[in-house]
Design a protein around this ligand. Structure first.
Ligand SMILES: Nc1nc2c(c(=O)[nH]1)N[C@@H](CN(C=O)c1ccc(C(=O)N[C@@H](CCC(=O)O)C(=O)O)cc1)CN2
Ligand SMILES: [Mg+2]
Length: 288
């Protein structure tokens, strides 16, 4: 029987801690963390995620600003808006919701946000720190960081484990692999060109799947007792939100599993809130 990794419950617990940190910053220093989220266009899923971020931030006492920009905004215009928030002392974290339209080069956006305000942890400086396992404090992509919090909470150690990361995106795959390497796992990073992913997954102690592909993994692809972390957000044939893994089919075989919804998703948002407060605290410590 599997243990369900309850991301919703853990996110609630973390959000309570974050609220307390916000209250303490306010009481001790008169500081309210400020988060700005820029969304370009009207992608429905992105709008929903941004709305959830905004509502959660407000509930936790974080000063949240959302700016929805036209889908045909030029890159120069978007970068100018980012610069404006880079120079705004009331803003601690800047996030540009992904995906972006084709006229905008995501890497230009990533480089333009100041590393100290990069609440997503996407800036090359912060990614570099992650890959050298730097001992200073820096932001890390929220989904992978939230997954590490889940491992901690459920007593899942990575040391000496065989881990498989399916997907090599800058948001999930690469930073997740780096975090697992830093924690002592032996990590394989698979991608869409990997000839047979089962060659890797069937021996894995830990599988993190972030492909957006329905029915990617069933019981034949996994080892008994494996830990399954499902980052997928897919609509199934019945129009329900599901992950990459056939949850019901693998349930009796796995050791731990994250549900979709209610697993990794809520942890992404809770981690974003946590990290917004981190940036405000670190800014204050630098004498911002
Ligand atoms: N700049 C960024 N863009 C994107 C990121 C990111 O971390 N930074 N991540 C993803 C999507 N994402 C956050 O923006 C995200 C995805 C899913 C959820 C979530 O809570 N899912 C729920 C279901 C909610 C629903 O569909 O209504 C769940 O799984 O329980 C939160 C955030 C892409 N872009
Ligand atoms: Mg990929």
């Amino acid at each position: 029987m599997a243990t369900v990794i309850d991301g919703k419950a853990l996110a609630k617990k973390i959000n309570e801690q974050t609220t307390q940190r916000v209250e303490k910053l306010q009481a001790d220093y008169g500081i309210t963390p400020g988060l700005v989220v820029l969304i370009v266009g009207t992608d429905q899923a992105s709008e929903r995620y941004v709305r959830n971020k905004h509502r959660t931030a407000q509930r936790l006492g974080i000063n949240s600003i959302v700016r929805q920009l036209p889908v045909d905004i030029s890159e120069a215009e978007l970068l100018k808006i980012i610069q404006q928030y880079n120079n705004d002392p009331t803003i601690d974290g800047i996030l540009v919701q992904d995906p972006l339209p084709d006229q905008i080069n995501e890497k230009d956006v990533t480089r333009t946000i100041l590393p100290e305000k990069d609440v997503d942890g996407f800036h090359p400086v912060n990614v570099g720190k992650l890959f050298i396992d730097d001992s200073t404090k820096y932001p890390v992509s929220c989904t992978p960081k939230g997954i590490m919090t889940m491992f901690d909470e459920y007593g899942i150690s990575l040391k000496g484990k065989k881990a498989v990361m399916i997907g090599r995106s800058a948001i999930v795959g690469k930073p997740m692999a780096a975090l697992m390497i830093n924690a002592g796992a032996t990590v394989s990073i698979l991608n869409r060109y990997t000839p047979d992913i089962k060659d890797y997954t069937k021996d894995a102690d830990i599988i993190v799947s972030a492909t957006g592909q329905l029915h990617l993994l069933g019981p034949d692809a996994i080892k008994s007792g494996a830990v399954i972390i499902d980052v997928g957000q897919n609509m199934n044939e019945q129009g329900h939100l599901v992950g990459d893994v056939d949850y019901d089919d693998v349930f009796d075989k796995v050791g731990f599993i994250t549900p979709v919804p209610g697993g990794v998703g809520p942890m992404t948002i809770a981690t974003l809130m946590q990290q917004s407060v981190d940036l405000a605290e670190w800014g204050m410590q630098r004498g911002k």
